[in-house]
Ligand binder design. Structure first.
Ligand SMILES: *[C@@H]1O[C@H](CO)[C@@H](O)[C@H](O)[C@H]1NC(C)=O
Ligand SMILES: *[C@@H]1O[C@H](CO)[C@@H](O)[C@H](O)[C@H]1NC(C)=O
Length: 304
């Protein structure tokens, strides 16, 4: 799974025109970046957590990191992630992984862990997803990452007013979340069954945003949608039992899975519109990770 997301990532990185954040100039004033997510945002937590569960993690070895950091950096990627480019752009340090960094988190903290799910691990384990011998999903869900953030909070600010001021001038990344919920579920459940999880998953993301806004004073949040997860060669090889009709004849992607991703993204955007209408002094930015990847799959010639 790591290689899969990294492969997608490498493509994403090359797309310098990707409209992730609409106004980088005002963004420079952010004091700090707080990030929740999975391998698309994890800057080093994965190896520490996986080791705790005795799971081998290929990202701890070359060639991971050889192109940019010069050594494996704990990212599920050979270079920088989207969040690294955003931090660079804002003149902030690379957002430090909370399980690794021993120092101040005043300029940001990254709680994202590779393979993290939106819903708690119990939800999946109770349903035998993906089932033994897999240890996934690990106890690193969005809710758990929020708890980590809340435990760290007293070291970042003291009074309610100071905290609201500090988090109000920070940028929050909530996601991407969803890809791993679907990835694990598909190993045991039909597309229809997995589809029934989508509203819960989106509601959980929505509640996390609400909590960051109302309880902690977040005022700027970037919320990425899911990528088209059934286009990449490693995934297509792993799930190669589909009938020819299951593939999109133009792109070679598995249609039903990408339709599920679009369904997730449409529910997520609707939820974000509701939150935005409720919290008018807050900026909630939906980041489209789906369209740019599809563009690359459909028109690879445009990208060299
Ligand atoms: C963390 O940093 C402190 C102070 O700089 C140091 O004393 C301590 O040994 C460090 N801990 C680890 C686990 O590296
Ligand atoms: C999951 O992690 C959270 C936060 O670290 C902890 O409170 C909880 O007890 C853990 N749950 C399990 C089942 O390990």
């Amino acid at each position: 799974m790591h290689t899969v997301l990294c492969a997608i990532f490498l493509i994403l990185q090359l797309s310098s025109s990707m409209p992730v954040i609409s106004s980088p100039s005002s963004a420079r004033h952010y004091k700090s970046i707080f990030s929740f997510g999975d391998s698309l945002a994890d800057t080093g937590n994965g190896p520490v957590i996986f080791q705790r569960f005795s799971i081998f993690n290929p990202v701890t070895r070359p060639p991971y990191g050889s192109t940019f950091f010069g050594r494996p950096s704990g990212r599920d990627c050979d270079g920088r992630l989207i969040i690294d480019f955003i931090a660079e752009n804002m003149g902030l340090p690379y957002v430090p992984a909370t399980q690794v960094h021993n120092g101040s988190f005043h300029q940001g903290a990254n709680f994202a862990v590779a393979a993290a799910t939106t819903l708690d691990a119990d939800f999946y384990h109770e349903r035998g997803i993906p089932g033994a011998p897999s240890k996934f999903p690990l106890n690193t869900s969005l809710g758990v990452q929020l708890e980590w953030f809340e435990s760290m909070k007293p070291s970042l600010c003291r009074t309610d007013r100071e905290c609201k001021e500090f988090f109000g001038s920070s940028l929050f990344f909530v996601g991407e979340f969803g890809v791993n919920d679907y990835h694990f579920s598909f190993q045991k459940k039909t597309v229809q069954e997995v589809r029934s999880f989508v509203p819960d998953i989106v509601a959980t993301i929505s509640m996390a945003i609400e909590r960051l806004i109302t309880k902690h004073g977040a005022r700027s949040l970037v919320v990425p949608g899911v990528i088209p997860s059934r286009c990449s060669p490693p995934i297509l090889t792993k799930f190669d039992d589909a009938s020819p009709a299951a593939y999109d004849s133009k792109t070679g992607c598995l249609k039903a899975y990408n339709e599920l991703g679009m369904y997730h993204n449409s529910l997520l955007q609707a939820a974000l519109s509701k939150l935005q209408a409720k919290h008018r002094n807050v900026r909630i930015i939906y980041a489209d990770y789906f369209g740019p990847v599809m563009d690359m799959v459909e028109s690879p010639h445009k990208f060299g």
